[in-house]
Write a protein that binds this ligand. Structure first.
Ligand code: DC
Length: 226
């Protein structure tokens, strides 16, 4: 079983990278941010303030969430309904960032993430994959890029989905969300000690994929030599 962990801030290109690598290596891509976004969506639908930790925790026992793979594509069901792109808005991203700081929310999603990696070869992206979820991953990569490069990419990505967003708003939201994610007490978004750093500010998406495939080949060769 091959487990690859990709961590890094939002907009560093983790998801397009992980999706491309999964396709190349014929393994499953697990987007863990989508799970936190789905919890965020649920909290919003329940009319709960995501900063109200006690209320969020109290709502967890009623949360019915499941993740499936259909034709290799991840689907998340909230109360039996596929969330699709409803979790992709900046508002839901902010809800996700807030609820993801709550240890009970992270514990709630832990098994879903670990069990898929136990049974399948996966490339999983998130914030704490190398540090908490898959500490024994065969390969760990911490992907990063400058704030400007990340904001530019995120705006383009949202526009492609038909979601209006300005560069200034995204840059500001991103800085705020990064700060939340990096400074929270539980599972902060920091690199694992044994992660390989990759800054892709000046790399195209394809160049990033090539660089990561090289890292994976090197790491897996090193391990089989040991
Ligand atoms: O990667 P993303 O933008 O879809 O993530 C949404 C939020 O979820 C992000 O602000 C941080 C949180 N998150 C997390 O805490 N841990 C993960 N493994 C993935 C995402």
């Amino acid at each position: 079983m091959l487990n690859i962990a990709i961590d890094g801030p939002s907009g560093s290109g983790k998801s397009s990278l992980a999706r491309a690598v999964a396709k190349k290596l014929q393994i499953i891509y697990v987007d863990t941010g989508a799970l936190y976004r789905t919890v965020g969506l649920y909290i919003k639908r329940r009319g709960i303030d995501p900063s109200d930790t006690a209320e969020v925790i109290a709502a967890l026992p009623d949360l019915s969430l499941s993740m499936t793979y259909e034709k290799g594509e991840q689907h998340i069901y909230l109360e039996g309904q596929d969330v699709g792109d409803t979790i992709r808005t900046p508002e839901i991203a902010m809800y996700a960032s807030k609820v993801s700081a709550i240890p009970e929310v992270r514990a709630f999603l832990l098994d879903t993430q670990r069990s898929i990696a136990e049974k399948n070869s996966v490339i999983m992206d998130g914030r704490d994959i190398g540090t908490v979820i898959l500490p024994n991953a065969n390969v760990k990569i911490f992907l990063t890029a400058s704030n400007e490069a990340r904001a530019r990419r995120r705006v383009a990505e949202l526009h492609e989905k038909g979601i209006e967003a300005t560069y200034e708003d995204i840059l500001r939201d991103m800085a705020l969300r990064d700060e939340n994610d990096r400074t929270r007490a539980v599972a902060p978004a920091i690199p694992a000690e044994d992660a390989v750093f990759l800054d892709n500010s000046d790399l195209t998406a394809e160049e990033t994929v090539t660089a990561v495939l090289r890292i994976i080949a090197e790491k897996t060769a090193e391990k089989s030599e040991k």
